[in-house]
Design a protein around this ligand. Structure first.
Ligand SMILES: [Cu+2]
Length: 525
């Protein structure tokens, strides 16, 4: 079967078959390598698939379950042990700054190779959890297969670190089987296709990473993290020990995919000049020093996403799309865009949870700004079906990917240094000029603009406090929320003032506490 399939044009076979062939056959691997020739590391050999495209009984879930079991069976003295892998996150993870994406790319990449080593399949690739698909439900396999169900292992949820404080958490999920992220009346707005399109509508890495981390990433941690018991504790996903939930790795795989697709469409990531020393372990359990800047080229790390598989990897995709790959894979400062301050307000109040606080921000030049354009690159890859319909030439399906097109300048509300106080987890929903804003106002309301979340706190200030790259300094944290669509929908571009409304919603905690932040700026970029 594989041989006859290989003899035909590769897109004549199904995408699944192609990926399986890549995984199973040295000949097919060379097909990929041909595209990726000259790459250090030899091009991708692990292809990450969309978990929601796969049936619950798919072999990738069974392989993953076997790997999770094998890691649980390793002794604690082995750094590849399940708990030891989660401890890497507790002790070292980078959040709240640009290192968030490089750090987690290395983390998932090493984990994936450990899985492959332990199950004897070096082509094993962690699937990704695409929150925009099927309403963002958790793939059924994560309930149906014991090893992937968070309750099965009874992992110990206690731990501590300078970054996370003391952690007490339990193996529960806030979403039951079939429940969807987008079903959440307000917070579900962080996972829509429209939201993800907004997030990628910037050539500026800092704006991308802020939105990606604080909105869908943190909010999914909050929703999946749920809460259990009295007094309430977070589920694993709502804590620094979130990698104890096998779903964590698919969640971060999806975060990584969004960055990878943004990169390979020709957007640049800045240089970090930071090494992660002695934080990660390779497939044999050997300690590694990895450079943040060494994370940029996913091909050279050995993996690619299924959206890139038909092209043979990220580099070949870039070539097919006519993108200068050095833009994508070499660190560069070229990505900075002009930011223009349109208005701001100092906020020195504690924002009570479960009620709206409105800030009136005098705005100048909003209409002017919205009449200006700037280029953005198409980041949406064609579907598998679209690629297949181009008879063996997937390149021809790339009508928009990687192509710069002009869009109106984006307008952002930038919330400085938001902090959760005395809440386990919280989401702050952002609305504009809503006269009737209440707890039940949904994300489908025309005044809804966006949101961001905290997680991981245990009454000690929350994830937003003191959580850093392991160094002592805690940088200023700006949370960027794209409010352009809401402004246009509401026809606010000629208003002299915007009402920016923050609505912090706690996660079922009766001792709600409050949220504070320092300022809100309205910025175009
Ligand atoms: Cu995470």
């Amino acid at each position: 079967m594989a041989a006859s399939c290989r003899a035909r044009k590769r897109t004549a076979c199904s995408r699944r078959a192609f990926i399986t062939r890549v995984a199973a056959s040295a000949g097919a691997v060379s097909l990929v390598r041909r595209h990726a020739a000259g790459q250090p590391g030899g091009g991708p050999v692990r292809f990450r698939q969309s978990a929601l495209n796969l049936p619950a009984g798919d072999e990738v879930f069974r392989k993953y379950a076997a790997a999770v079991r094998a890691m649980h069976q390793l002794p604690l003295t082995d750094p590849r042990n399940w708990r030891r892998q989660a401890d890497i996150h507790v002790n070292h993870c980078a959040h709240e700054n640009g290192l968030f994406l490089p750090w987690h790319r290395h983390y998932v990449n090493q984990f994936e190779q450990i899985c492959g080593e332990l199950i004897g399949d070096k082509s094993f690739a962690v699937p990704y959890w695409d929150w925009t698909k099927q309403g963002g439900q958790i793939p059924d396999a994560f309930y149906d297969i014991n090893e992937l169900n968070v309750t099965y292992w009874k992992d110990d949820g206690n731990g501590s670190s300078p970054g996370w404080g003391s952690i007490r958490t339990q193996g529960v999920r806030g979403l039951s089987k079939g429940q969807r992220l987008q079903d959440d009346p307000v917070r579900g707005g962080n996972f829509t296709t429209q939201r993800l399109r907004q997030i990628s509508s910037t050539p500026n890495y800092n704006i991308l990473v802020s939105q990606l981390e604080n909105s869908p990433h943190n909010t999914a941690h909050v929703l999946v993290g749920g809460q259990a018991a009295t007094p309430p504790v977070n589920g694993f996903m709502g804590s620094g020990l979130s990698p104890l939930d096998p779903l964590f790795w698919l969640h971060h795989c999806n975060v990584d995919r969004i960055w990878a697709e943004w990169q390979v469409s020709g957007n640049s990531t800045p240089r970090f000049n930071t090494d992660f020393r002695a934080q990660f372990y390779d497939a044999t359990g050997t300690r590694l020093d990895l450079a943040a800047d060494g994370s940029l080229n996913s091909d050279s790390l050995g993996y690619a996403y299924d959206t890139m598989a038909a092209f043979g990897g990220a580099l070949a995709l870039a070539a097919a799309a006519g993108v200068d790959a050095s833009q994508a894979f070499e660190p560069s400062e070229a990505a900075m865009v002009e930011e223009r301050l349109l208005g701001s307000v100092d906020v020195d109040a504690l924002l009570p949870v479960d009620s709206a606080t409105s800030f009136s921000i005098a705005i100048t030049r909003l209409a002017d700004t919205l009449s200006e354009t700037r280029p953005v690159r198409g980041v949406e890859l064609p579907s598998v079906a679209a690629i297949q319909s181009f008879g063996g030439k997937p390149e021809e399906a790339l009508s928009r990917f990687g192509k710069p097109r002009d869009i109106r300048k984006r307008v952002y509300a930038v919330v400085r240094n938001p902090r959760a106080e005395s809440v386990l987890a919280a989401t702050v929903n952002v609305f504009l000029n809503c006269p009737y804003l209440s707890r039940g106002t949904p994300y489908t309301d025309e005044h809804y603009a966006g949101g961001f979340s905290f997680f991981g706190g245990h009454g000690d200030g929350g994830h937003a406090d003191g959580h850093s790259d392991g160094s002592d300094h805690v940088p200023v944290k700006d949370v960027w929320i794209d409010i352009t669509d809401a402004i246009e929908r509401l026809g606010l571009s000629n208003e002299a003032a915007l009402q920016v409304q923050l609505f912090p919603a706690a996660e079922g905690n009766p001792n709600l506490g409050s949220v504070r932040c320092e300022s809100i700026r309205v910025v175009s970029a």
